[in-house]
Design a protein around this ligand. Structure first.
Ligand SMILES: Nc1nc2c(ncn2[C@@H]2O[C@H](COP(=O)(O)OP(=O)(O)OP(=O)(O)O)[C@@H](O)[C@H]2O)c(=O)[nH]1
Length: 670
């Protein structure tokens, strides 16, 4: 294994909106690359990538899975990611460590909300992409329309490398615009390679026009090619490929391919395109220097019968089996006992990992998603992955008393594995609340508690995860002194609170000087403030987006203790918040409804009744896409209403837009 930075390797993800066909496409990739000898199907629950029983049963991807395959001498580490918004953190984690992505589009629906969200995430992480327009065998599939949607909705410079031959059930192949030839799959049989043939005459002029646009886009960003082109020389296929590769890696162009994964058409050229146009490690924009000391990012934890495995991406240096490494995020030493390359249904043990590798490590004890592994304790920490905000809570309890310990253990593991799940205790009822991004995510978590930890769980009704915050500053003075007096019972402090911008979280500071409060008690003040903020004094919801500053205080040489300061700070915070004009915040969801025009009036009327604000309406084929902001509290059970009012024909998706102050009417109802 050499460690130069241009290994013949691609680290790519497959991303899309739910149901666009990522898993179906990935299963074909495993088959064509020889990893699997038969094709797993989503619809009969036999997929290799969605190996979790819940994934197979629900027919959706929940976890991202990493798999190594080889195509024409190139190693491809492939990550299949979930499309459902509830599992979005998995997409973020994956994009953070990938060098390129294949974005799968449904040939009928085109750009869907989750494609858009994932596309923007890929923009943030500067991940070069190629697009695969799938499901071209379906009725209503429209390749040119999907390409225009990519341009309009995603602002992508989407350029087809292929044109489909035949439409809907007649879809049978593609025109390769670079080679100017046709690839036809005469049958659905995946074992039969495509037949290379002439371009059908009726597609010739369209193919030439599309090729001319492609050539233009490539030559205009390459001086040498442009000069030749202006002299009337058209560039050769190899020069065009090289130009396209550079443009794709720079993020200037998104090559678009066509196919039907389900009918086994178009997947081999997609693999060719991954090798031809997506970057090697170290070649991507903003790639780190791959030489130098070890630096790796943990991006996924998984547990199975063999114990815990941590997936890492190595950015620089070498990690050998049995090495002791440092978790630069915690400063602790860790031993990487075993290193594995993960294939569809087996693991291959590796002696060492080098820059560019994505692999599994067994033996790490205290490593979480987002931690940096390095050869030195004080090595710089790689940019971590931010967990999205949780918007929904459910109360959970074991069905029987003896499940209490197992439940606590199971929850602790789930929250470690998925930073977008959170736990807290309701101060009034004492109930355990599990919070997450949506109902589906919480249901899946509860099911895991049963299947992995053997705990039967009683789940309450999902509730909106409200927050509270301040709208003014306030200062309070608090004296904590127990009647009984005695040691450890005295603390006096002045605390000032003030609002911070949305999303800022909480900040604590101390401006106490001259030892009015000894330094060792100041952390206890912060602990008291943080604990009190977990259940805000105004409405009992977590208090966010504020700062608390300890401005003054006094202590007693004998009678003060950390606990006294903690209790005093908690009481002071509660008093201060009530003086600082507190308000309740609620999640407003960005909702997108796709409805046949016949039901448009009813759909909009219903959204307005739910206190929604309609943001826009757009025609999509013979349907209309309505976008609106609606309070999450109004969206429980929406799917049933929408089906009823549209005879089952409208669909919707939603994701968090932002937290906003609850207007007076909702505050009264809450
Ligand atoms: N007609 C047709 N159906 C397809 C094609 N590709 C996938 N499907 C079907 O579309 C459905 C969704 O496919 P999946 O591969 O599970 O989609 P996904 O994008 O992985 O979905 P999530 O993992 O849940 O995000 C399944 O019923 C597939 O059989 C295709 O090319 N043509």
């Amino acid at each position: 294994m050499n460690s130069n930075n241009l290994r013949n390797l691609r680290n790519i993800g497959v991303i899309a909106h739910v149901d666009a066909g990522k898993t179906t496409t990935t299963e074909r990739i495993l088959f064509y690359t020889g990893e699997n000898h038969r094709i797993g199907e989503v619809d009969d629950g036999s997929t290799t990538m969605d190996f979790d029983p819940q994934e197979r049963q629900r027919g959706i991807t929940i976890h991202s899975a990493a798999t190594t395959v080889h195509w024409q001498g190139t190693q491809i580490n492939l990550i299949d990611t979930p499309g459902h918004i509830d599992f979005n953190i998995e997409v973020k984690r994956s994009l953070r460590v990938l060098d390129g992505a294949v974005v799968v589009f449904d040939g009928v629906a085109g750009v869907e909300p989750q494609t858009e969200t994932n596309w923007r995430l890929a923009d943030d992480y500067r991940v070069p992409r190629i697009a695969f327009v799938n499901k071209l065998d379906r009725a209503g599939a429209d390749f040119p329309r999907v390409v225009s949607m990519m341009r309009e909705r995603l602002g992508a410079r989407a350029l087809p490398l292929q044109l489909p031959i035949g439409a809907e059930s007649e879809f049978r192949g593609v025109v390769d615009l670079l080679a100017l030839q046709a690839l036809v799959w005469d049958r659905d049989d995946a074992k039969e390679p495509p037949r290379v043939t002439e371009i059908p005459p009726e597609l010739m002029s369209a193919a030439q026009a599309a090729r001319a646009r492609l050539v233009e886009a490539v030559v205009e960003r390459d001086d040498a090619l442009l000069d030749a082109w202006l002299r009337g020389e058209s560039p050769g296929v190899d020069a065009l490929r090289a130009g396209l590769r550079a443009a794709t890696i720079a993020g200037d162009i998104v090559p678009v391919l066509a196919g039907s994964a389900f009918r086994n058409r178009g997947v081999e050229p997609l693999l060719d395109a991954v090798v031809a146009y997506l970057p090697r490690p170290g070649e991507a924009p903003g790639a780190a220097d791959t030489q130098g000391p070890l630096s790796a990012l943990a991006f996924k934890l998984s547990a199975d019968d063999h114990g815990a495995m941590v997936f890492v991406r190595v950015y620089s240096g070498v990690l050998k089996r049995g090495d002791t490494v440092f978790n630069a995020s915690t400063g602790k030493a860790e031993r990487a006992s075993r290193l594995y390359e993960i294939h569809a249904d087996r693991r291959v043990e590796r002696d060492e990992l080098v820059a560019g590798d994505i692999a599994g490590i067994v033996g790490l004890k205290d490593v979480l998603t987002g931690h940096t592994l390095a050869s030195a304790k004080d090595a710089p920490v790689l940019e971590s992955i931010e967990a999205p905000e949780a918007v929904i809570d459910v109360a959970i309890e074991p069905r029987s008393q003896d499940g209490t310990a197992a439940l606590a253990k199971g929850l602790a593991v789930l929250v470690r594995e998925d930073p977008s799940l959170r736990l807290r205790q309701d101060t009034d009822s004492g109930q355990t609340l599990l919070s997450g991004m949506g109902e589906l995510q919480l249901e899946v978590a509860v099911e895991k508690l049963r299947s992995r930890f053997g705990v039967e769980v009683q789940m309450g009704r999902p509730q909106v995860a409200y927050r509270e915050t301040l709208t003014a500053a306030a200062e309070v003075h608090h004296l904590h002194r127990k009647q009984s007096g005695g040691p450890g019972q005295f603390a006096e402090l002045t605390l000032r609170v003030a609002p911070l911008p949305r999303g800022a979280g909480m900040r604590f500071d101390s401006t106490v000087v001259g030892g009015a409060i000894p330094r060792e008690f100041i952390p206890a003040v912060e602990v008291g403030v943080r604990k009190a903020a977990l259940a805000g004094p105004f409405a009992g919801y977590p208090l966010v987006d504020f700062e608390a500053v300890l401005v003054d205080g006094s202590h007693h040489v004998r009678d003060s203790s950390a606990l006294a300061f903690e209790l005093a700070a908690a009481a002071a915070l509660r008093e201060a918040v009530l003086k600082a004009s507190p308000v309740v915040l609620e999640p407003l969801m960005a909702v997108e409804v796709i409805t046949p025009a016949d039901y448009l009036g009813d759909v909009i009327g219903d959204l307005l009744r739910r206190h929604g604000h309609v943001q826009g309406q757009d025609a999509r084929g013979n349907a209309v896409v309505v976008t609106a902001h609606v309070p999450l509290a109004q969206m429980f059970g929406y799917i049933g209403h929408l089906r009823a009012l549209s005879s089952g024909r409208a669909q919707f998706t939603m994701q968090l837009s932002h937290y906003a102050e609850v207007p007076a009417r909702a505050a009264l109802a809450a």
